[in-house]
Design a protein around this ligand. Structure first.
Ligand SMILES: *[C@@H]1O[C@H](CO)[C@@H](O)[C@H](O)[C@H]1NC(C)=O
Ligand SMILES: *[C@@H]1O[C@H](CO)[C@@H](O)[C@H](O)[C@H]1NC(C)=O
Length: 428
């Protein structure tokens, strides 16, 4: 703990927030990462990454071509029939996370000069990425950012392989088709075919959408298209105005009249406990998303929103989950059901946020991330060896499905948080 605090005091000097961007295929900067000495509970970061790699390799080796893992099959942890990840179509929102994990491991290996291992991850990426080829132009959902930027985006940024550039540009313009000047936001879902209560929403914007904006900002910078930039910035401002509760935690949904832009209502379902509760993964998306938008735009308003969101998350954690800092799926859930994915997303966001704030605040966010990661890496929340997922006890889609399971995005953001933490420490 002490060591972490000392490190954090130097965080204001930490310029490697974009560390993944700086890597190119044959550069390696051994010694930059503190993975072999930074402890998370009883493991080093390196050990946790190795455990994660072994699981993800196994998942990939077994996966039916043209499908992607989403959630483990069921919640009976003692039964082996529940241990495997299910297989879903590329069009589902999670398609980018498996290739995204490959690229995270690739970056990790490159930074340690394990070039052969890195190549093996790149090969896996290359083999799978074609399965996502229809996603950059698939209209009908805001999830194009999750699917395209976390996969093609990461692949191109880490390797410079030109094959993976155009899909990112296409993805950003596909997302732009969903932007409305009248509302000042990107429409998240076309709800006609959704189940209740989502089908009641006319023109919904959800907090998750903050995670899709980096693709627009990146493409804007690359291509000089200012419109994409302005859309992402305005969407963020509208989100601040309409997707925040008075306590600075988030709503899940803001519903609009698309014809005149009028805000019709704010809700915590479909995914929260009820319509007025606090859906935790949404709050985590707010922390992570606003930190990212600030990283690109350097607009103070977005940093301050990331901080407010982070502080609400921490104060709710103190109330519900002081023991291990693993959040409930909804902060108001009296049955105390956890969501490890929300913890992983928040931890990753906290670490990034810690690089943009003053020393004292920085310490607070590093410590929060540290506590969450220790909780997640404890025996209660790490999947056993024969379990596909790295983390267990995630809440996918309450109350309908994927309840108390492993989730590929929980795994993705857990690995992201670990590698960010190691880079932060290693940068001293
Ligand atoms: C910039 O992007 C927007 C949104 O996709 C598009 O409508 C516009 O045509 C683009 N502008 C140029 C000059 O390509
Ligand atoms: C939501 O659940 C919380 C916690 O049980 C409760 O306090 C609140 O009144 C509920 N709200 C609605 C609209 O049911």
């Amino acid at each position: 703990m002490i060591r972490t605090m000392k490190a954090s005091l130097l965080l204001v000097l930490y310029l490697a927030a974009d560390h993944s961007l700086a890597l190119s295929s044959r550069q390696c900067t051994v010694g930059q990462l503190a993975g072999d000495r930074l402890m998370i509970g009883k493991y080093t970061v390196e050990e946790l990454i190795d455990i994660s790699k072994a699981k993800i390799k196994r998942v990939d080796d077994r996966q039916t071509p043209a499908t992607f893992p989403h959630a483990t099959e069921c919640a009976d942890y003692s039964s082996s029939r529940c241990h495997n990840y299910n297989e879903v179509e590329p069009r589902r929102w999670v398609g980018g996370f498996l290739p995204g994990l490959f690229m995270q491991f690739y970056d990790w290996d490159i930074s340690r000069c394990d070039l052969e291992d890195a190549d093996a991850w790149l090969e896996r990426f290359d083999k799978r990425i074609g399965d996502l080829s229809e996603e950059p132009t698939r209209e009908g959902t805001h999830d194009v950012g999750f699917k395209v930027f976390y996969s093609y985006g990461h692949g191109y940024i880490s390797t410079g392989n030109e094959d993976w550039y155009e899909p990112i540009v296409q993805g950003a313009h596909t997302l732009a088709l969903r932007y409305s000047d009248t509302v000042g936001a990107i429409k998240s879902w076309d709800t006609e075919n959704y189940r209740y209560p989502t089908n009641q929403f006319k023109w919904p914007v959800i907090i998750d959408n903050m995670m899709n904006l980096e693709m627009m900002l990146w493409v804007s910078e690359k291509t000089g298209n200012q419109t994409l930039w302005d859309m992402a910035v305005q969407h963020s401002k509208t989100t601040i105005r309409d997707l925040y509760r008075s306590d600075s935690c988030t709503w899940h949904v803001a519903n609009y009249d698309g014809d005149n832009g009028e805000l019709l209502g704010q809700y915590s379902q479909p995914q929260g406990l009820n319509m007025t509760s606090i859906w935790t993964r949404g709050v985590a998306f707010g922390i992570h998303g606003f930190t990212t938008v600030y990283k690109w735009t350097k607009e103070e308003e977005f940093l301050s929103q990331a901080i407010k969101t982070a502080d609400c998350f921490i104060s709710e954690l103190e109330k519900c989950c002081e023991n291990d800092y693993v959040p409930l799926f909804d902060f108001q859930d009296t049955e105390k059901r956890p969501d490890t994915s929300a913890g992983a997303i928040a931890a990753s966001g906290f670490i990034e946020l810690s690089t943009f704030v003053e020393a004292e605040q920085s310490v607070k966010y590093v410590l929060a991330a540290d506590r969450i990661l220790k909780g997640l890496a404890g025996s209660k929340y790490m999947g056993d060896e024969d379990m596909d997922s790295i983390l267990v006890h995630g809440m996918g889609d309450f109350p309908v499905k994927d309840i108390d399971v492993g989730l590929i995005y929980g795994d993705y953001f857990f690995v992201e948080a670990l590698t960010r933490f190691a880079a932060l420490e290693g940068d001293r």
